[in-house]
Design a protein around this ligand. Structure first.
Ligand code: GDP
Ligand code: MN
Length: 387
C-alpha cells in the first residue's frame, strides 16, 4: 500500500525524524494561509500523488510570493499529473503540500528496501541525489553504496556513520546524518515498509539534515499489524480496474496484453500466463479468483475483463479442487447474460464436477470454445487474439 508524502512525513515524525516545516492544503486559499503561517519568502508547492517524478512533470515548484502560491495551488488542485511513473492517464491531484523553502547545500539519495536475493533489508545510498536512481544504477553503479542490514540488530550507528562519510557529507554533519539514517531504519522496520525512499535527503546551508521527499510503501501482508494505516488509503490514486477487482475480493493485476485470463490459484494463473507467452500471446491481466469463489465473484471478474477495450479473447482456466467446476460454469453463464459477451471465450476446466460444469456451458447455448489441455486452450486463445 502506498501513501502520500504528507502522510509519510507524519509517520517519520512519530519516529523523531526531523522534517521541513510543511502543511497540506486542499484549496488555493488554504495554501496561501499555510504559506503565511510558515513565513519566509520561498516555499515549495508539491502535488500529492502516489508517484515519483513530480518535479520533472511540473508537480513540484518553488513559489516566491503568496500570489505564486495561490496560482500554483489552483493550477495543480483538480488537475491530473502525468509523470514517468503514472502512465498516460496521470494521477488526480486533490491536495498540495506547502513546504518552507530550504537552502540546499548537499542532496543525496537514500532508499531502504528488502533485497530478495540477499534475503535482507538493504540501505541504498548515493551522492547523486535528486535525480533518477535507476539511471545512476545503470550508468555509474560505483556511485551507489549498498549496506546490508541484519534484521535482528538493525542498522547500527557505525554502519550509518560509514554511509554518511562515504556519501561525502560534511564531517561536522555526519553524526546528525547517521542519526537520521538510523531513525529512517527504525521507521522502515517498525512500520513494515516494503520501501522507504528519500530522494533527496538534504543537508541545508545551515547544516540541518532533512528528508525533502518521502516515498513510503507498506507490505500489504503486514497491514493487519497496523490497523491505523487503513485510513491513509487513497483509492483515487489506484488503477480503477484494479480497485474494482480488489473490492470484489479478486487478486487482479492489469497487464499490457490482450488475452484476459480468469484462473483459480496464483500458481495456475502464473502457469497460464507463461503458456500464453509460450505460444506467442500476451496476457491482459493476472486474475486469481481464489479457492472458494462464488457465482457473484465470477460475474464480477467477467464484468471487469469485458470492460477493458484492449481485451480480444477471454481464457478461463480452472482446476476444480475446492472450487467446483459447476460453480464456475454457472458464473460464466450468469455473467454472459448480464454483460454481453463481445469477445471469444475459451474455457478449460478440470477436476471436481467437471462433467456437470461442461454440461452447464453446453446447455447455455453460449458460443464457448472448449479445450481439454492448457496447451490447447492457450493456443486457441492466442489464435483468437490475432483475428
Ligand atoms: P519528485 O520529483 O516526485 O521526486 O519530487 P521531490 O519532492 O523530490 O521534488 C523535486 C525536486 O524539487 C527536489 O529534488 C528538489 O531539488 C526540489 N525542491 C523541493 N523542495 C525544495 C526547496 O525547498 N528548495 C529547493 N531549492 N528545491 C526544492
Ligand atoms: Mn524526489
Amino acid at each position: 500500500m502506498k501513501i502520500h508524502e504528507y502522510q509519510a512525513r507524519r509517520i517519520l515524525q512519530n519516529f523523531d525524524v526531523p522534517v521541513p516545516v510543511a502543511e497540506v492544503a486542499s484549496s488555493a486559499e488554504e495554501a496561501e494561509q499555510i504559506a503565511k503561517e510558515i513565513g519566509g519568502r520561498v516555499w515549495a508547492v508539491k502535488a500529492q500523488v502516489h508517484a515519483g517524478g513530480r518535479g520533472k512533470a511540473g508537480g513540484v515548484k518553488l513559489a516566491r510570493s503568496l500570489g505564486d502560491i495561490s496560482a500554483l495551488a489552483s493550477s495543480l488542485i483538480g488537475s491530473r499529473l502525468v509523470t514517468k511513473q503514472t502512465g498516460a492517464h496521470g494521477a488526480p491531484v486533490s491536495k498540495v503540500l506547502i513546504q518552507e523553502g530550504l537552502n540546499i547545500a548537499q542532496e543525496f539519495y537514500v532508499g531502504l528496501l528488502i533485497d530478495r536475493q540477499a534475503q535482507k533489508p538493504i540501505l541504498i545510498a548515493s551522492a547523486e541525489g535528486g535525480v533518477e536512481i535507476e539511471r545512476v544504477a545503470a550508468e555509474s553503479p560505483e556511485k551507489i553504496i549498498n549496506t546490508y542490514i541484519d534484521p535482528e540488530s538493525g542498522l547500527s550507528r557505525e554502519q550509518a556513520l560509514e554511509v554518511a562519510t562515504k556519501l561525502g557529507v560534511e564531517p561536522a554533519v555526519c553524526p546528525e546524518c547517521a542519526d537520521v539514517l538510523v531513525k529512517l531504519w527504525n521507521t522502515f522496520n517498525s512500520m513494515d515498509c516494503s520501501l522507504l525512499e528519500i530522494n533527496p535527503l538534504i543537508v541545508t546551508a545551515e547544516h540541518k539534515v532533512y528528508p525533502l521527499d518521502v516515498k513510503m510503501t507498506f507490505d500489504d501482508n503486514a497491514l493487519m499489524r497496523h490497523p491505523e494505516l487503513e485510513s491513509l488509503h487513497d483509492p483515487e490514486q489506484e488503477d480503477p480496474t484494479e480497485l474494482t477487482a480488489h473490492q470484489a475480493g479478486l487478486q487482479y493485476i492489469q497487464l499490457d496484453g490482450n488475452i484476459a485470463c480468469l484462473v483459480n490459484g496464483a500458481g495456475l494463473a502464473m502457469a497460464t500466463m507463461d503458456t500464453i507467452k509460450l505460444f506467442g500471446g500476451e496476457p491482459a491481466n493476472f486474475l486469481d479468483i481464489g479457492g472458494g469463489a462464488s457465482v457473484e465473484k465470477v460475474t464480477a471478474a467477467f464484468e471487469i475483463m469485458l470492460s477493458r477495450p484492449e481485451v480480444k479473447v477471454i481464457l478461463v482456466n480452472i482446476f476444480g479442487g475446492i472450487m467446483k467446476c459447476d460453480i464456475i460454469a454457472e458464473g460464466i453463464v450468469q455473467a454472459c447474460h448480464k454483460v454481453k459477451l463481445t469477445v471469444p471465450l475459451v474455457v478449460r476446466m478440470k477436476g471436481t464436477h467437471e462433467e456437470l460444469g461442461k454440461q452447464i456451458l453446453k446447455d447455455s447455448g453460449l458460443p464457448i470454445l472448449s479445450a481439454e489441455s492448457l496447451g490447447e486452450a492457450a493456443k486457441l486463445a492466442v489464435e483468437k487474439s490475432r483475428e
